[in-house]
Design a protein around this ligand. Structure first.
Ligand code: 13P
Ligand code: SF4
Length: 369
C-alpha cells in the first residue's frame, strides 16, 4: 500500500488498553521487527526529554533545533513517528514534503507552555501593540508554539527561535526592528535579552488574559515585550533550591535551562539550552560536581552517561515533563503496528496556508543557524 492509499486510513483514536498489559520484552521485540521491516521508510526522532524506553528506538535524538533540522533534511522517510510533543510534530510536518506522513503516538502529548498563547490572543495583542508602537515591533516565537502562531510570526516578518539559537535570533531581530514581541516564554525571552545587554527596566510583559501591557515606566522605553507564558517544568526550579545547594554542596556547579526564571539563572553558574547542558557536562572533568536544572528524564540519562561525575537535580523533588511522558513504549508500538496494518494513527497535518507562512518563520531561523 502506498502513502496515498494509506491517507484513507488516517485515524485519531485512543490506544486499546491491552497494549499497557504487554510485557516490556515483547514490546521491544515487536518494535524492533517493525523498524527492521520499514528500514529507511521510517524515521523516529526522539527529543532529549523522552523516556529511555522510547529513546532506545530513536533514529535521531536531539533538542528542538536538532530535531527540526533532522526533519528538514530527511527526504526519504515516508513515515515520521515523532517522539516528542505536538508542536514539534507540527514543525516536522511543515518542514517535510507533502508525501511524508508525521505521526504523534499520543495526541495528549501537548506542551503547557505552547498552550499559553493562542492565535486569537496573539492577533488581539498585535492590534493593540501596533496602535501603541506603530511599525516598530518584530514578533519572534519560541518553537514551543502552535503552527498558527508560527504562521502569524512568519507573515509579520519575524522568525522562530529555539533555546539553542535565541541569542542569535534576537540579534537578527534588532537589525530589523527597534522592538521585539517574544512569545510565549517570558523567561527565555527575558534571559536572552538580558544576556544581550537589554536592561530589565526596558522589558514589559504582555498579559494575554487581560490583553494589557504590564509596565511601570514610559512605554517609549520598551525594547522587549515578553508574552506572559512559562514552562511548568522549568518554573519548579527556585532560588531556594540554589541557596540550599550552595550551603550543602558549595563545590557543586549549577547549570540550568533558560526556561528557568531570571532570578534562578542569575544565581546559577551556567545557563543554556538542552544541548548546551549535555555538552557542558560531557566536557567537564572527571570528579566534577553538578546540579542540573532541567527536565528529569534528561537529567537521569545524563547521570547514567556520566558515572565519573557527581550529578544531581537542582530540585530533588523534580518530576519529568508529564506531556513528554505521554509517549511511552505501548503508544510507540501501537503507532508502528498501525503502520504495519496500513493505518496512520494520529496523523499531524498542518493546512497548506498555515504551513507556507510558518515555514517563512522557520526558514529565517534555519538560515541563521
Ligand atoms: P530545547 O529542546 O530547545 O532545549 O527546549 C526544551 C524544551 O522545553 C522542549 O520542550
Ligand atoms: Fe513544554 Fe516545558 Fe514540557 Fe518542554 S518541558 S514540552 S516547554 S511543558
Amino acid at each position: 500500500m502506498n502513502v496515498l492509499e494509506m491517507l484513507q486510513f488516517e485515524t485519531n483514536e485512543k490506544m486499546p488498553p491491552h497494549y499497557k498489559e504487554l510485557p516490556e520484552e515483547e514490546m521491544i521485540e515487536r518494535v524492533k521487527k517493525i523498524k527492521e521491516k520499514f528500514g529507511k521508510r521510517l524515521l523516529i526522532p526522539g527529543h532529549h526529554y523522552q523516556k529511555d524506553e522510547v529513546v532506545q528506538f530513536a533514529d535521531v535524538t536531539g533538542d528542538s533545533l536538532q530535531l527540526a533540522q533532522a526533519a528538514a533534511v530527511n527526504k526519504e522517510a515516508e513515515f515520521i513517528v515523532f517522539c516528542g510533543v505536538h508542536f514539534m510534530a507540527e514543525t516536522a510536518d511543515m518542514l517535510t514534503t507533502g508525501q511524508q506522513k508525521v505521526i504523534l503516538p499520543d495526541m495528549r502529548a501537548g506542551c503547557s507552555m505552547a498552550d499559553m498563547a493562542d492565535i486569537e490572543q496573539t492577533e488581539r495583542a498585535w492590534t493593540k501593540l501596533q496602535k501603541m508602537f506603530g511599525d516598530t515591533i518584530l514578533p519572534l516565537t519560541y518553537v514551543n508554539s502552535t503552527a498558527a502562531i508560527k504562521a502569524f510570526v512568519g507573515k509579520n516578518g519575524g522568525a522562530t527561535v529555539t533555546s539553542s539559537n535565541a541569542e542569535k535570533m534576537l540579534h537578527w531581530s534588532f537589525e530589523q526592528k527597534q522592538r521585539i514581541l517574544f512569545l510565549p516564554d517570558q523567561h527565555l525571552g527575558r534571559n536572552t535579552a538580558f544576556n544581550l545587554g537589554v536592561p530589565l527596566e526596558k522589558m514589559a510583559i504582555w498579559n494575554p488574559i487581560t490583553n494589557e501591557l504590564e509596565y511601570n515606566g514610559n512605554p517609549e522605553d520598551i525594547i522587549v515585550i515578553l508574552w506572559k507564558g512559562h514552562c511548568s517544568v522549568h518554573e519548579k526550579f527556585t532560588v531556594e533550591n540554589v541557596e540550599h545547594l550552595r550551603k550543602t554542596k558549595p563545590d557543586m556547579k549549577i547549570i540550568v535551562h533558560p526556561e528557568c526564571s531570571r532570578e534562578v539563572v542569575a544565581v546559577s553558574d551556567l545557563a543554556g539550552s538542552t544541548k548546551y547542558i549535555i555538552d557542558a557536562i560531557e566536557a567537564a572533568e572527571a570528579g566534577s560536581k553538578w546540579a542540573i536544572g532541567t527536565e528529569m528524564n534528561l537529567v537521569k540519562r545524563i547521570i547514567e552517561q556520566n558515572p565519573d561525575k557527581e550529578i544531581v537535580s537542582l530540585n530533588p523533588f523534580m518530576c519529568p515533563c508529564l506531556t513528554m511522558n505521554r509517549i511511552d513504549l505501548p503508544h510507540l508500538l501501537w503507532a508502528l503496528e498501525g503502520l504495519e496494518e496500513g493505518k496512520i494513527i494520529n496523523p499531524i497535518k498542518v493546512d497548506p496556508e498555515t504551513t507556507a507562512q510558518a515555514v517563512l518563520a522557520l526558514d529565517r531561523m534555519l538560515a541563521n543557524v
